[in-house]
Design a protein around this ligand. Structure first.
Ligand SMILES: [Zn+2]
Length: 115
């Protein structure tokens, strides 16, 4: 397991799947290029903010910019944030793994959303 509690096999699978940010689609780098911003640095992401869900459906990689914007926000709420509007990120532009998570979240909490 790495320091995020992700088993090695899962880390490998996700690394191979998510070369581009699952949210904004930018090509990510594993190490910050010297003299460049960390904007496109790959970071580990729990799509649904639940650290106990360690599956390839919930563990993904997104760029540092999206990760810091999303923070602890609920995925569906974050998709309506100004950040997503400004970056053209919508529920139909994100990676398939995110779309699936959105559908799962809807199934689990029907009509419980307040905002
Ligand atoms: Zn991104």
């Amino acid at each position: 397991m790495n320091r995020w509690g992700i088993p090695a096999w899962l880390e490998k699978e996700v690394r191979e799947r998510d070369k581009a940010c699952i949210y904004c689609g930018v090509q990510m780098v594993d190490k910050k290029p010297r003299g460049c911003s960390r904007r496109t640095l790959a970071t580990w992401e729990h799509i649904i903010n639940d650290a106990t869900i360690v599956t390839s459906e919930n563990i993904a990689r997104c760029c540092a910019t999206c990760n810091s914007s999303k923070g602890n926000k609920d995925l569906a709420d974050w998709l309506h944030s100004n950040y997503c509007k400004n970056h053209g990120i919508k529920d139909n532009t994100v990676a398939d793994v995110v779309k699936k998570a959105l559908n799962t979240a809807k199934r689990l909490t029907p009509n419980e959303r307040e905002t």
